[in-house]
Design a protein around this ligand. Sequence first.
Ligand SMILES: Cc1cc2nc3c(=O)[nH]c(=O)nc-3n(C[C@H](O)[C@H](O)[C@H](O)COP(=O)(O)O)c2cc1C
Length: 180
Amino acid sequence: MLKKIKPEIAYRLINHGPIALITTINKNNKPNIMTIAWTSVVNSEPPLVAIAVGNQAYSQKSIKESKEFVMNIPDKKLMRSILYCGNHTGENINKFKASKLTTINSKIVKAPKIKECFAHLECKVVKKYRYSDVLFFISKVVYADVEEKYFDESINTDKIKTVHHLGGGWFAEIGKRFKE
Ligand SMILES: Cc1cc2nc3c(=O)[nH]c(=O)nc-3n(C[C@H](O)[C@H](O)[C@H](O)COP(=O)(O)O)c2cc1C
């Protein structure tokens, strides 16, 4: 039997791409980290991804100004930082210090990446769309790297567990991978 759900919670059926930690740098060269669940692949060639960033996020301002960011992929061991960076704004605090995460230089963009994350996508914004309180940044991946031992043709989810936000305070870790 099919159960009707409210359109407002329909996103919970497709919500569970991996949570990312978005790093940015502001005009004063202060780095920041924001937790994000609403991401999308847009294209593979040219490589495009998109993120939906609400007005509540200070990171929105930094991305608008710098037109770039890094999408860092954490695993389940970083759950505390995922929650911290998603529940505190970095306008007046340094979330790298507060959550004991380490910056490493990016190859192309100015925003740093997070050492403790196993993968990083350096992105440059190519288009932005506003709808109400949210800005949707379509961005080109200009450089990407991933911890060698966790990636062959895909993320080896038997070895590393990405975290997925299901909505309503629920999370899941990824399961075993298989090939068809
Ligand atoms: C699990 C989780 C997922 C989140 N996903 C998003 C998201 O997709 N888009 C968004 O605008 N905010 C999202 N947030 C909220 C931001 O991370 C939050 O507003 C954060 O404080 C912004 O940080 P900033 O002000 O330093 O930029 C999420 C928070 C959590 C805990």
